[in-house]
Design a protein around this ligand. Structure first.
Ligand code: DX5
Ligand code: ZN
Length: 220
């Protein structure tokens, strides 16, 4: 069964708490996109906002760091309540050490790969990884079009991962139209922002329906 991780980036920013409460019941994870205006052009939210949201949901917080100098920040996000912390392969010279430092904080460690980054870069750090995040858009903004080359990358990663206990997440442009290909290619977790929060009305019924629509075609 594929898992769904709604991205709060597409939620109503003036009502983040209510949006989180509304989407949580049907979500498997809550995806939190952290942007610093340097690694990616855009800015979003940081540890204080995540710590404020933490008590409002019992679902695991999947924190996606799109920031420079992630080494200096992972402990802050662990403290804020992250369960999974993903860092970008492109944002560090020392992925092996950084991933180990996330595990040493007692958190699951994810590595995110931009569309231009080949999947083979993870081969020698597999023992430090709990999750691989395949970016199916160039990170920085919600609502972009799914880059279908991500499907081939998911298939290749499935082979590299083999029987290891490593989750495969796809992030960006996931809709009811693109979700089936991603699931068929091997994704375990679908991140979805715009396709869930399009209406941004804090209504659980609408969000439940949107989440179900992402799951409905799985395996086809
Ligand atoms: C992109 C972010 C994504 C984004 C997904 O930089 O990492 O998580 O919020 O949003 P949608 O689903 O709208 O593409
Ligand atoms: Zn993300």
């Amino acid at each position: 069964m594929v898992a769904i991780a709604p991205s709060l980036l597409a939620a109503d920013m003036a009502n983040l708490g209510d949006e989180l409460r509304a989407v949580s019941p049907r979500a498997d994870y809550i995806h939190l996109d952290v942007m610093d205006g340097h690694f990616v052009p855009n800015l979003s939210y940081g540890p204080a906002v995540i710590a404020g949201l933490r008590p409002l949901s019992d679902k695991p917080f999947d924190v996606h760091l799109m920031i420079e100098n992630p080494e200096q920040w992972v402990a802050h996000y662990a403290e804020a309540g992250a369960d999974i912390i993903s860092v970008h392969w492109e944002a560090t010279n020392h992925a092996d050490r950084l991933l180990q430092s996330i595990k040493d904080l007692g958190k699951k460690a994810g590595i995110a790969l931009n569309p231009a980054t080949p999947v083979g870069v993870i081969t020698d750090i597999l023992d430090k990884i709990d999750m691989v995040v395949v970016m199916s858009v160039n990170p920085g903004f919600g609502g972009q079009k799914y880059i279908s080359n991500a499907n081939r990358k998911l298939q290749d990663l499935r082979k590299i991962i083999g029987t290891r206990d490593i989750l495969l997440e796809v992030d960006g442009g996931v809709t009811a139209q693109t979700a089936p290909q991603a699931v068929q290619a091997g994704a375990d977790i679908l991140v979805a922002g715009s396709s869930i929060f399009a209406n941004g009305d804090c209504k659980s019924d609408n969000y439940n329906e949107a989440i179900d629509a992402l799951k409905i075609f799985q395996g086809e």
